[in-house]
Design a protein around this ligand. Structure first.
Ligand code: NDP
Ligand code: 8X3
Length: 250
């Protein structure tokens, strides 16, 4: 079995690579940071005796997406599962004060990047009449929270695309799963706050947030159900998080 994971250099993608490798899957790992991709591939090789294929590109660049997917040859091309995980929040502010560069990055990565990947991998799954697409959406794609505006909109789009893909893929026997996590402690907040570690840390102050491994286990669980079972949509939060607005901090 072969899984292609976008955004495998950190957080949920990296933890997913580990659990899929542990369970004997072959992996195609993608991300922009080549040094990290290489280090992760070498760790997985040592730990689980698998040698992942690494592809180093930005999902926002359609030309590079196509070039890299076209470069996948032989058995690697026999992809069973696409994990559309690469994504980010950039900034947290009102619409009237929003930074337009932040908006472009989020829209281009979370929506257009996911679409570029899906458009080019789905035909490979369709040719086999089986497969699985797992999209990492968010609780932010179920509820809009203050200052979340554009990030939330991109994740509402992912939620809608998961529903749309399920309709388009059903005739081809391809499963589509939407995973909607609440707060997960990864590099997410550091990226959102443009490297401000102190501010990022405050997101997870006095609660036990979800870990990347918690989400990876859920992803793997969805992927390892029998072929006739499709896990459509999973909302998963820390016990301390009731919804997008209510977080109980000790
Ligand atoms: P991280 O910042 O730890 O990981 C994000 C990953 O996405 C990195 O591997 C990064 O790789 C990759 N990525 C970002 N932009 C691009 C790009 N343009 N091209 C290719 N890869 C890219 O955050 P998480 O693991 O938390 O985030 C993973 C997904 O989970 C995202 O879609 C996020 O929106 C979603 N999510 C996160 C939650 C959280 O609270 N953490 C909750 C709900 C959903 P690189 O920089 O090397 O390219
Ligand atoms: C990330 C979850 O609530 O921090 O998608 O936006 S949240």
């Amino acid at each position: 079995m072969v899984a292609l994971i976008t955004g495998a250099t950190s957080g949920i993608g990296k933890a997913s690579a580990d659990i899929f490798a542990k369970n004997g899957w072959d992996l195609i790992l993608t991300g922009r940071r080549k040094d990290r991709l290489d280090a992760i591939a070498s760790d997985l090789q040592k730990k689980y005796k698998i040698k992942p294929l690494t592809l180093n590109f930005d999902v926002r660049n359609l030309k590079n997406v196509v070039k890299n997917i076209d470069s996948i040859k032989g058995e690697w091309r026999n992809i069973d599962l696409l994990l559309n995980n690469a994504g980010l929040a950039s900034g947290l502010s009102t619409i009237q004060e929003g930074n337009i560069d932040d908006w472009e990055v989020m829209i281009d990565t979370n929506i257009k990047g996911l679409l570029y990947m899906t458009r080019h991998i789905a035909p490979l799954l369709i040719a086999k009449n089986k497969g699985h697409i797992i999209n990492i959406a968010s609780l932010a794609g179920k509820q809009v929270y203050p200052n979340g505006n554009v990030y939330c909109a991109t994740k509402f789009a992912v939620d809608a695309l998961s529903k749309a893909m399920r309709i388009d893929m059903v005739q081809h026997g391809i499963r589509v799963t939407n995973i909607a996590p609440g707060m997960v402690e990864t590099e997410f907040s550091l990226v959102r706050f443009h490297g401000d570690a102190e501010r990022a840390q405050k997101t997870y102050a006095n609660i036990k947030p979800l870990s990347a491994e918690d989400i990876a286990e859920t992803i793997y669980w969805a992927a390892s159900r029998p072929a006739h079972v499709n896990i459509s949509d999973v909302v998963i939060t820390a016990t301390a998080q009731a919804n997008a607005y209510v977080v109980h901090r000790k």
